[in-house]
Structures are given as C-alpha cells and as structure tokens.
Design a protein around this ligand. Structure first.
Ligand code: FES
Ligand SMILES: [Fe+2]
Length: 392
C-alpha cells in the first residue's frame, strides 16, 4: 500500500468507527452496549480524537495552587505541544507554547519559580509574559524584530474554574466558563475551590484513554473493584443526577458508620444533599472529579498511544485536612497509599480491556443503568467527531 492509499484507508477506518459511535445518539440504556473493541485499538480513531476533540477542547491540566506566586510555573506536554503555565510578575496567569522561537528547543521543562525563561540551547531569554528579552551575540531584540524574527512565545488559551486550570490548544475555541456554568450548582455546599492537593498523580497507565475515562464516570464497578470505597459508598447507592453536552454527573450515597464514623464529621457540617451523597463528575472529554464530603480525586487522561495514557491529577482534600496531612508524614503516606491503591484498581480495568482486545470471543455487552454516563460520553464523542470530520 502506498502512502496515499494508507492515508485513505486510515481515514475510512476512522469514518467507519465514528459512524458506529453515531448509533449511541439513538439508543438508551436497555439497548446500548459497550464500545466495540476497535474503538480502543484503532490508531486511525485515536488520530481523529486528537485532531477533532483533544486539540480543540478545554483540558484540565492543573490547580491554582501550583502557580500561586509571581514566577511560579509548571509545564505539560499535550499531544506533542509543550506548554508552560506561569504566573507573571504582575500576577497574571498565562499559558504559552514552550517551543523556543530560535531552533525549537523547549525553553523550560518541569516546574519551579523563576524571573525569566532562558532557553538551555543558545540562551535566548523570554520574560514571564512570553516576550523575547535577549538573544546572545545577535544584537538587540528590536533589530531581530526588524528582520521578521518572531519575538514572543505564542499564547495558549487558559481559563480557571473552581481552582482548576484549563487550557485549550485551539485559539478559536468558545470560552469554557459559559459551558460549565450549569454544572456549578451541582457542587452545592462543597467548596471545591478551597480544596488542596495532598497527593499529586503523574503516571502512565497501559490502556486506552477512553477506558480510563469510562471507569471514572460509572458507579457500577465500586463493589467489584473498590471494596474499600464500597464499604461507605456501595454500588447500590448510585443515582444519576444530570448531564449536558460538556459534563455528566452521578452521585454515590455515603454511609459514615463504624470504622468510617470519623470521616463523617465532614458530612455533619453539610445540610443538603451533599450530607448523604457525593457528586461524581465527568468533564468531557477527559477529566473526572470524584468526590466525598472530605475532598475528591481529580484525574485527567492524556493519550500517548492507543494503549498508553498519561494520567495527571491529584487527591484533593479540605483545607483543614490538608494542614493535618502536611503536619504529619505518616498521615500523608497513608493517604497517598490509599489513593494510589484506588487508582491502581481503576487502572486494572483498562489493563484487562487492552489485554483482551484481541480476543475472538470479545463482544460488547449491554450497559447497566449505573453506566448511564458512559452513554453520554459516547454521544459526546460521536457528535464531536462527526463535526470534526465534516469540517464544521
Ligand atoms: S533553540 Fe532556544 S536559544 Fe536556540
Ligand atoms: Fe473506580
């Protein structure tokens, strides 16, 4: 097969799979089935997901506490695009491409606090606002500019919501906040903005990003994969709450009795629905926030390949718990071990799926009502991909 034929057949494969996703727009729970295995293994579909969804959508990549002070920065790579998030000297939060305007090195990697970004290759230097400040042995920036040299790291769209930092690689994307405004009332009394990360995650899971997302947006698997959670948040306590074209939400009942009585103190201060249930949010395309009354787990899934997903996020806790955790290393380690164990249990589902992807016996089974949010995720994928391949 020559290159053109290869491109055409890969395009056809993506189109075929996208048309199959379209079936979910017509189906409800009771008839809808799991995604066909090819959805998790097709490189052509992943390419379409990257181009038409992930590079065009708002992605949750951090928390404000990572960039509290002027000069604080961290970097993230999004599908081959290195991006730096920085609070500049004036206190403005910015996201910029980290690709040097000289010869493509990354001007900065990792995280820290700085007054400028000095590219390690030839030491061109940029201010925290992204403007080129100097290029050794090459005259003034003014003279470089007069020769058509670009003098600024390109801005990447950035918005913040409830302490989360979102970026968007599409300069023409619609703003995020109006799209999430209708989700906000569903947090009710939970003051998510004040929560702090007690344990950061940055891991690579051996599976497809969609199966990672799926596990985090359904309540059906709690009894099976998470006996520790199910003890105070059993599968039977699931209830679907709401959805939009940008997010989906179910709740789990919380029972703070016996060994969990101590955790119940955080519920006691609440008076409404949050006292006895906790929201489990999915933000399309690739972010989830799963709550209890004492905090939550934020996860963002960034595909590296069809069977490799970078998972970033953190365990969020109430400010008073954060202080206690910071003060006591043993508590910190116990909390980290617990959240890492839960994450490992979720990762095991995607590992199993990927391992069995080649099985001749694998066929999509019917979805349970407790997996309703998956249906909305599939509809979202279908609509975004349809729009993308039709160029609208
Ligand atoms: S590539 Fe950055 S200074 Fe040369
Ligand atoms: Fe889970």
């Amino acid at each position: 097969m020559n290159e053109i034929d290869g491109q055409n057949s890969s395009h056809e494969e993506a189109r075929w799979l996208i048309s199959r996703l379209g079936a979910y727009l017509e189906q409800d729970i009771g008839e809808a089935r799991a995604l066909p295995m090819e959805m998790y293994t097709s490189k052509a579909l992943l390419e379409a997901e990257r181009e038409h969804i992930l590079k065009r959508e708002w992605l949750c990549i951090g928390r404000l506490e990572q960039v509290e002070n002027p000069g604080d920065y961290f970097t993230v790579e999004l599908f081959g695009e290195p991006v730096v998030i920085v609070r500049d000297q004036e206190g403005v939060l910015r996201a910029m491409s980290a690709v040097c305007r000289h010869r493509y090195y990354s001007v900065v990697e990792g995280s820290g606090n700085t007054t400028a970004f000095k590219c390690p290759y030839h030491q061109w230097t940029y201010g925290l606002d992204g403007s080129l400040r100097g290029a050794p042995y090459m005259g003034s920036v003014e003279s470089l500019r007069s020769k058509g040299q670009s003098d600024r790291l390109p801005e990447v769209r950035l918005e913040t919501w409830l302490g989360f930092i979102f970026v968007n690689l599409d300069p023409g994307a619609a703003p995020l906040l109006p799209r999430l405004a209708d989700a906000e009332p569903h947090w009710h009394e939970l003051d998510v903005e004040s929560w702090r990360v007690s344990n950061w995650f940055d891991d690579i899971w051996p599976g497809n990003w969609k199966s990672a997302m799926e596990t985090a947006i359904e309540g059906y698997h709690l009894n099976g994969l998470h006996p520790d959670i199910a003890a105070f948040m059993p599968t039977k306590s699931y209830s679907f709450e709401a959805t939009s074209d940008q997010w989906t939400l179910f709740r789990m009942g919380t029972v703070f009795e016996g060994e969990f009585a101590e955790q119940g103190v955080y519920a006691e201060g609440l008076t409404g629905i949050d006292r006895t249930t906790a929201p489990q949010f999915g933000f399309f395309p690739n972010c989830t926030v799963s709550c209890t009354q004492a905090g939550g787990t934020w996860l963002t899934f960034l595909p590296l390949d069809v069977d490799r997903t970078r998972v970033i996020g953190g365990a969020l806790v109430l400010p008073e718990i954060y202080e206690a955790v910071e003060a006591d290393e043993a508590v910190r380690e116990a909390l980290a071990a617990y959240t890492n164990k839960i994450n490992g249990e979720d990762a095991s589902a995607m590992v199993a799926l990927q391992r069995n992807a080649g099985s001749a016996y694998a066929e999509p089974g019917l979805l349970c009502e407790m997996e309703r949010c998956l249906l909305y995720f599939y509809r979202y994928l279908a609509q975004q991909l349809e729009r993308g391949i039709n160029g609208s």
